[in-house]
Ligand binder design. Structure first.
Ligand SMILES: [Zn+2]
Length: 181
C-alpha cells in the first residue's frame, strides 16, 4: 500500500562519540502541499464525522544542540485520505500501513454521543487540539514516531509517544501549583 518515505536526517555532529542523546524539543511542520490540501478539505459543518489521513511522506530532521541532546523537526510532506471503517463526530476508525504515521481531524462541534443528532456548533468540545486517550494508545500501539490532529482549518497539533503519561513520564499528582524555577 502506501509506503512511507520516512527519512531521519542528523544535521551536524557535536562530539564524535555515538552516545544516545536526549530528545529535548520536538517541532511539527506541515509542508505547503499537505497544508493546502488539508485546509481545503476542512469544513465548518457541525454535523460532520472525524476524518483520517495517512502520512505518506515525512522527514524527521535531528538537530544536535549539545553532545548529549537533540531537537527534532517532524516535517509532513504528503498525506492521503484514509478509508475509514467507522466514523462519527467523536472518533474515526482507520488504519494506515505499518510505519505510516496517521493524521485525523477533530470537528468544530460539540456532540453528545456518537450521533450527529445532538451536535451543536462550537461549544466546549469543538476545535479540540488535545489528543484523546484512544489517540495516544493507538499511537503507542502502532509504534509511530508522531501523530497529527487537524483541529481547525489552519491548526495542526503534533503529538508524540513521550507525551503520554503511561509511557514513562512522572505522574502529576499535586493539586496545588508548582513553583516555576
Ligand atoms: Zn482524536
Amino acid at each position: 500500500m502506501h509506503r512511507l518515505g520516512l527519512a531521519i536526517i542528523t544535521l551536524g555532529l557535536l562530539g564524535a562519540a555515538p552516545v544516545a542523546r536526549a530528545q529535548i524539543v520536538r517541532y511539527g511542520v506541515l509542508d505547503d502541499p499537505a497544508r493546502s490540501q488539508l485546509r481545503a478539505a476542512w469544513s465548518d459543518d457541525s454535523t460532520q464525522s472525524e476524518r483520517g489521513y495517512c502520512v505518506r511522506r515525512a522527514r524527521i530532521v535531528v538537530h544536535p544542540i549539545s553532545p548529549t541532546a537533540v531537537d527534532s523537526v517532524f516535517r509532513v510532506l504528503e498525506v492521503v485520505p484514509a478509508r475509514s471503517t467507522e466514523a462519527d463526530p467523536n472518533h474515526v476508525e482507520f488504519t494506515c500501513a505499518a510505519g505510516t504515521p496517521e493524521l485525523h481531524t477533530h470537528t468544530p462541534a460539540t456532540c453528545v454521543g456518537s450521533s450527529t443528532t445532538y451536535c451543536s456548533a462550537d461549544g466546549p468540545g469543538a476545535y479540540s487540539c488535545q489528543p484523546s486517550r484512544q489517540d495516544y494508545e493507538k499511537l503507542i500501539r502502532r509504534g509511530d514516531p508522531f501523530g497529527v490532529i487537524q483541529c481547525d482549518r489552519r491548526a495542526f497539533r503534533f503529538y508524540y509517544p513521550s507525551d503520554f503519561l503511561a509511557h514513562g513520564d512522572r505522574a502529576h499528582t499535586s493539586t496545588g501549583s508548582d513553583s516555576i524555577r
